[in-house]
Design a protein around this ligand. Structure first.
Ligand code: NAD
Ligand code: LMR
Length: 339
């Protein structure tokens, strides 16, 4: 009964979606992939999107035809590289979400994806800088700690970099943290809002459980911290060589995109999401990009929240994250600036 009610309310939301007058053109690059398809499905339900533009090197005409039968008001178009497909996909875009790139297999780190994904993200970023330089760019492709600086350097070279409009999507870390804590504390996920800062890989993912309002034993803190930092590995292992998180990532990516659209298109206030952005917080330590909670506004980043009060254990996690992040960021920058 509950399940039926839940499904019908989702359907009602989707079917009653009529597009807002100033709704956005949103592109998904990598739209035919494991994340791209469910992410596009979720975005098709948004009344803040007037045009959903799907780009991939393969299969987007089929994905677009399929999604275009859903009776929400947004237009859906599919593009492949032929016939200036990337230019067509990007021209006029307000938001570009990038899940294009290869996923991990068991035994790999996210950094092991660098060799393949760095050039994919670089080339897509070049196209964005040319065809939609003012768009908000949401980077999902791993390793996020390096791909975000890659996009920034490409935009800087094209003289169109606006740090308020570039986001590494770290939402999945807080989605996981919320779910894992809710299971341990036996509370609703609504009552398990966990701040996660740093970056998006292993020790750079820093959950601040002490700020949650819940109390934990030392054992719980260690186990939860490890699970939040290495939650991605659980999925990679369970998928046994066929990929990494796609459905939970699509959920998380849609949540972040919708929050950004609420702030930019709908003009809503006090929209706060964690995200990996250009930040002064650890700039003195050579870390130019850092994820904390960020208030979103009409132009993207409105206000970067500080880390806040942390305990000694969390300070230790931050101390371990900073040098790793510094290396990841430098690697991304060097990839674009090499002679
Ligand atoms: P996937 O292989 O299922 O899909 C990737 C898609 O990208 C494919 O359809 C492929 O054709 C496309 N692609 C490849 N090169 C392209 C190019 N030059 N232009 C456009 N499209 C291109 O992989 P996936 O599971 O969807 O994962 C995609 C990426 O997202 C991976 O790098 C993965 O590690 C990352 N990821 C990030 C997070 C996060 O929290 N930020 C979470 C999960 C996965
Ligand atoms: C995740 O956190 O699930 C993603 O970054 C994918 C991965 O490689 O673990």
């Amino acid at each position: 009964m509950f399940a039926t009610r839940q499904i019908s309310s989702i359907a009602k939301r989707a079917f009653s979606t009529s597009t807002s007058s100033n709704a956005a053109k949103v592109a998904v690059l990598g739209a035919a992939g494991g994340i791209g398809q469910p992410l596009s499905l979720l975005l098709k339900q948004s009344s803040l999107i007037s045009h959903l533009s799907l780009y991939d090197i393969v299969n987007t005409p089929g994905v677009a035809a399929d999604l275009s039968h859903i009776n929400s008001d947004s237009k859906v178009t599919g593009h492949v590289p032929d016939n200036n497909g990337l230019k067509e996909a990007l021209t006029g875009c307000d938001v570009v979400v990038i899940p294009a790139g290869v996923p991990r297999k068991p035994g790999m780190t996210r950094d092991d994806l660098f060799n393949t994904n760095a050039s994919i993200v670089r080339d897509l970023a070049k196209a964005c800088a040319e065809h939609c330089p003012k768009a908000h760019i949401l980077v999902i492709a791993n390793p996020v700690n390096s791909t975000v600086p890659i996009v920034a350097e490409v935009f800087k070279k094209a003289n169109v970099f606006d740090p308020k409009r570039l986001f590494g999507v770290t939402t999945l870390d807080v989605v996981r943290a919320s779910r894992f804590v809710s299971e341990v504390k036996k509370v609703s996920t609504e009552d398990a809002k966990i701040t996660v800062i740093g970056g998006h890989s292993g020790v750079t993912i820093v959950p601040l459980l002490s700020q949650s309002g819940h109390s934990f034993t030392e054992e719980e803190v260690k186990a939860l911290t490890h699970r939040i930092q290495f939650g991605g590995d659980e999925v990679v292992k369970a998928k046994n060589g066929t990929g990494s998180a796609t459905l939970s990532m699509a959920f998380a990516g849609a949540r972040f995109t919708n929050s950004l659209l609420e702030a930019t298109v709908a003009g809503k206030k006090n929209i706060v999401e964690p995200t990996f952005v250009k930040s002064d917080i650890f700039a003195k330590e050579g870390v130019e990009y850092f994820a904390t909670n960020v208030e979103l506004g009409p132009n993207g980043v409105e206000k970067i929240h500080p880390v806040g009060k942390v305990n000694a254990y969390e300070q230790g996690l931050i101390d371990a994250a900073v040098p790793e992040l510094k290396g990841n960021i430098a690697k991304g920058k060097a990839f674009i600036n090499k002679a």
